[in-house]
Ligand binder design. Structure first.
Ligand code: FMN
Length: 351
């Protein structure tokens, strides 16, 4: 009810302005500490990537692009926050407007283009974050727009070097549609070289390293990417980023022709299909994090049953509001029980 009214007001604002207001509120909430944080049911605990998560639900990359809103997001009930994408050098991203709402579809289109303040500024903020009671922090890294793909690996390694000390896990993002040519790095040859180098750098640091993939890969290309990830020793896969497709009725929306990646409800079938396929191909060798179009607890449960060990949201938070993680924490134990599962881990991949 209160969220309905608040959302109406926020949706009158430019989406980036609304985001800035939300970030301000999260800073206040974060400063209040973890006292307000919901306590997840023990059945929701997940051991994954060598880390303890108090529930499977996490904040996907791109919401906190290095402002470090981790404490506030943790207080909302997220077990983990993926900060990023962070590039070695600061960059402004694409010119606004670059974020568009499609409320009729519970969707967003964005072409932010990795706007972020770079490794040094992000590292300085992360250094001020208390280690205790902050939840799990992932750091998602990328390349600067003006770095050619042939030298992309240098950017990924520089970002890993600069930020690993604050990361519980690292993510190599190769799937944003808003950095020209980036997605080509998901092809076998470049992927083997780039991911192999990043895994070799992260391993002695003791940090699990995952790769985040696009929902627009052909099924065979996705299989190949999973094989490469397993082969080069990556710790997991995140499926998926936003899509460049405009599926179904979205195609006729006035904003559909905006360039950028589509997220939210219309992405769900594509992201779910990619998750299922990645799960089948990985065959238990590495875990999959499911993301894309997750809007409520039932969606979280479905992703877990489709093979996700952890589930992330972004657009769901914009439409369902800040109570979303808390509601998932309340409803998911019942969904598990009804399905005959004592824990999240028992339910993974059972659909
Ligand atoms: C405004 C916006 C910015 C994003 N920025 C990033 C980013 O910097 N890095 C990244 O890996 N994913 C980014 N994403 C993708 C999300 O992490 C997520 O993979 C995608 O939105 C699908 O999930 P959703 O449907 O729950 O939003 C962004 C998404 C949105 C909506």
């Amino acid at each position: 009810m209160i969220w309905g009214a608040t959302r109406k007001l926020l949706f009158r604002l430019d989406p980036e302005r609304a985001h800035a207001l939300g970030a301000g509120a999260l800073r206040v909430l974060g400063a209040a500490g973890g006292a307000l944080r919901p306590r997840p049911d023990p059945s929701l605990r997940v051991r994954c990537l060598g880390l303890d998560f108090d529930s499977p639900i996490g904040m996907a990359a791109g919401f906190d692009k290095g402002e470090v809103l981790v404490r506030g997001l943790h207080a909302l009930g997220f077990s983990h926050v993926e900060v990023g994408t962070i590039t070695p050098r600061p960059q402004a991203g694409n010119a606004p407007p670059r974020l568009f709402r499609l409320p009729e579809h519970q969707a967003l289109i964005n072409r932010m283009g990795f706007n972020n303040q770079g490794v040094l500024a992000c590292g300085a903020r992360l250094a001020g974050l208390p280690r205790q009671g902050r939840g799990v922090v992932g750091i998602n890294v990328g390349k600067n727009k003006d770095t050619p793909n042939e030298r992309a690996v240098d950017d990924y390694l520089a970002a890993i070097d600069g930020l690993h000390s604050w990361a519980d896990y690292l993510v190599v993002n190769l799937s944003s549609p808003n950095t020209p040519g980036l997605r080509e790095l998901q092809e076998r040859g470049p992927l083997e070289r780039l991911l192999g180098a990043c895994v070799d750098r992260a391993r002695p640091l003791g940090k699990p390293l995952l790769v985040k993939l696009a929902p627009d890969l052909a099924p065979e290309a996705l299989d190949e990417a999973v094989d490469v990830a397993v082969g080069c020793g990556a710790s997991g896969i995140i499926a998926t980023n936003t899509t460049v497709q405009r599926p179904g009725a979205v195609a006729s929306h006035p904003q559909a022709s905006q360039a950028g990646g589509l997220s939210g409800a219309p992405l769900a079938p594509l992201a779910l299909a990619a998750l299922r396929r990645a799960w089948a191909r990985a065959a238990g060798r590495i875990p999959i994090i499911g993301v894309g179009g997750v809007m409520d607890a039932a969606d979280v449960y479905a992703r877990i049953r489709a093979g996700a060990s952890l589930v992330q949201v972004y657009t769901g938070l914009v439409y369902a509001g800040p109570a979303l993680p808390r509601r998932v924490l309340e409803d998911l134990p019942n969904l598990l029980k009804k399905g005959g599962f004592a824990t999240v881990e028992e339910a993974v991949g059972t659909a």
